[in-house]
Design a protein around this ligand. Structure first.
Ligand code: 13P
Length: 243
């Protein structure tokens, strides 16, 4: 089994004005001078990519976008291309977050196209999958995640171009998490369906208290953190829990 360095990413979602984002990034860049076992990434809102990128330049914290359009350029009002993210200093982009799958009606085909766009621009795609509460209660979690992977992961995925994030929809922003056994089960099911060196993150109510137990699992290669990534100390505490 190839070595997979753990990866802790913060998804700031639609939070923060310039002063907030710059302050958070400064705190994080300072903390990230300390020893840590994992790779670190922050995904600020698009308005903050440039100022946050300036603050974290030269630190061990990388920059990512939260979404991209599938096309490189064109008449798509309000959208941002993968090439534009790359030009703004990003190395990664989140695609297929549940807030876009369910909130914006994005399909597996859309997410597949966005993943290809990320690769075209030289970005690592962090592709999110995860079941709803109803799907879990119906015993369909593995099937749903397998279907999302089949529909949205393009041919040719490699460990240095793709990261999968398992984010159960019902665990996002709720303070609820699956049991450790349930996380292990889904991650093992994902592992069976992707190249073995590809990292699989867990996301959904990760916090400094539960991070160590989740990150200790063999098939959990890191965390995609929402709310707790908005406090530098909390995000750092999660990074410190990586192995
Ligand atoms: P929370 O950590 O706030 O539950 O959000 C998780 C998430 O959606 C990260 O992408």
């Amino acid at each position: 089994m190839p070595e997979r360095k753990q990866f802790v990413a913060g998804n700031w979602k639609m939070n923060g004005r310039r002063a907030d984002g710059v302050g958070l990034a400064r705190g994080l860049a300072r903390l990230a001078n300390g020893a840590h076992a994992c790779d670190l990434l922050v995904c600020p809102p698009a308005t903050l990519l440039l100022p946050v990128g300036e603050v974290i330049a030269g630190s061990s914290v990388a920059l990512g976008g939260q979404d991209c359009h599938a096309s490189p350029a064109g008449a798509f009002t309000g959208s941002i291309s993968a090439e534009m993210l790359r030009d703004s200093g990003c190395s990664h982009v989140i695609v297929g977050h549940s807030e876009r799958r369910h909130g914006c009606g994005e399909s597996d085909a859309d997410i597949r196209a966005k993943t290809l766009a990320a690769w075209r621009a030289g970005l690592v795609a962090i592709l999110c999958v995860g079941e709803t509460r109803a799907e879990r209660e119906a015993g369909r979690a593995v099937d749903v995640v397998a279907g999302q992977l089949a529909g949205s992961v393009p041919e040719g995925a490699a460990a240095d171009t793709l990261i999968i994030a398992y984010e159960p929809v019902w665990a996002i922003g709720t303070g609820l998490t699956p049991t450790i056994a349930d996380i292990a089960q889904i991650h093992a099911a994902i592992r069976d369906r992707i190249p073995s060196a590809t990292r699989i993150l867990y996301g959904g109510s990760v916090n400094p208290k539960n991070a160590a137990e989740i990150l200790a699992l063999a098939d959990v290669d890191g965390a995609l953190v929402g709310g707790a990534s908005l406090k530098a100390e909390d995000f750092w505490a999660i990074a410190q829990a990586s192995r």
